[in-house]
Design a protein around this ligand. Structure first.
Ligand code: NAD
Ligand code: LMR
Length: 328
């Protein structure tokens, strides 16, 4: 089974809540497939408590006897964690608490991504790809990518897949159908309440979602805010931000980025597509190819969709303005 060359997967914040729900799934083959061995390169802050907790997580990983887990590196140094990494999963950062918006984390978390972006650019593998989860993830990925002199911007992605999964689940529930019946539903813009979960092109059982649901007011006034504010609802209910569903979404995000033909929502450098400002990272649909992904640019947006995209774009531009000194 382990005849393929292992890939090196760096995970930051590895002793945190998402880390605990994520690492076992990577090691089991859920992210890169049942024939792909992995080496986990795990980064935590260089402080006794988190480093000790990281050791504990590694002990549990050993105790699972995963055939695909060929080695582990535990470290407090970014240059060790990212050394020759093929994938860099940037989870480590502060989560928000009740009553906060994700953008409130910008000042605290933003600077983490300068140092990590620099380190990735300096030591990661030539084919390195980056997925940012730490919030506010669209702007943090922009900060990391600004440090990249060697890796092209399209290698840097941020996660809006949890939002796509939430949106599909909400529509399936409302329509009373299985999740797989909901298709063509993609997330545009920021991972924040302004995101646009594009129900206007979504399908339920192959038919237009809007005609199947038959309630435009529900789609606009209930569905969109429910998806946009789901993270806050989880924090309110659990007292902690989503962890298992976030880890699951990251498994989906990366697995679909290495599976040619998959169409899924990813936050990428907008390059002006769908009216987003060039240089902001915005969610939109991509189709995975043999070597990367191509952006699906063919969805025609109506005036309502355009107004939603303009709103989330304004927020992304505002976040960029807030941290402009971190982009130098
Ligand atoms: P957590 O507090 O449980 O764990 C975060 C871990 O990161 C901690 O162990 C901490 O020590 C570590 N850390 C902090 N700074 C670090 C650094 N510079 N290098 C390495 N490790 C560092 O938090 P969590 O629940 O795992 O959430 C992590 C992040 O993911 C938060 O910012 C949260 O808001 C975000 N998140 C994003 C999504 C999304 O859909 N994009 C979903 C859920 C959570
Ligand atoms: C989520 O969407 O659950 C995460 O981004 C955590 C949060 O702050 O909402």
């Amino acid at each position: 089974m382990a005849s393929r060359k292992p890939i090196r997967v760096a995970v930051t914040g590895a002793a945190g809540n998402i880390g605990y729900a994520l690492l076992f799934r990577i090691a089991s083959g859920a992210m890169f497939g049942p024939d792909q061995p992995v080496i986990l390169q795990l980064l935590e802050i260089p402080v006794e408590g988190p480093q000790k907790a990281l050791k504990g997580v590694a002990m549990e990983l050993e105790d699972c006897a995963f055939p695909l887990l060929t080695d582990m590196v535990l470290t407090g140094e970014a240059d060790v964690a990212f050394k020759d990494a093929n994938w860099c999963l940037l989870v480590g950062s502060k989560p928000r608490g009740p009553g906060m918006e994700r953008a409130d984390l910008l000042k605290d978390n933003g600077k983490i991504f300068i140092a990590q972006g620099k380190s990735i650019d300096a030591v990661a593998a030539d084919d390195a790809r980056v997925a940012v989860v730490g919030n506010p993830c669209n702007t943090n990925v922009m900060i990391a990518a600004a440090q990249a002199r060697r890796l092209p911007a399209d290698r840097f992605t941020a996660m809006v897949r949890l939002d796509e999964n939430r949106a599909r689940a909400q529509l399936a529930q409302k329509a009373g159908v299985a999740i797989d019946e909901v298709t063509d539903l993609y997330i545009y813009g920021n991972h924040s309440p302004t995101m646009f979960a594009d129900f206007t092109h979504a399908k339920v059982g192959g038919k237009d979602a809007a005609s199947v649901i038959g309630d435009e007011a529900w789609l606009k006034n209930d569905f969109l805010p429910a998806v946009g504010k789901r993270g806050a609802a989880i924090i309110e209910a659990r007292g902690l931000s989503s962890a298992a569903s976030a880890a699951n979404a990251l498994v989906d995000h990366v697995r679909d980025l290495v599976t040619p033909g998959k169409v899924h929502s990813v936050a990428i450098s907008s390059e002006g597509r769908y009216g987003f400002a060039p240089g902001v990272w915005a969610g939109m649909p991509v189709r995975t190819t043999a070597t990367g992904y191509e952006v699906i640019e063919t969805y025609a947006m109506d005036d309502f969709a355009k107004s939603k995209i303009a709103l989330t774009n304004d927020e992304l531009v505002g976040e960029r303005e807030t941290i402009k000194d971190l982009l130098a």
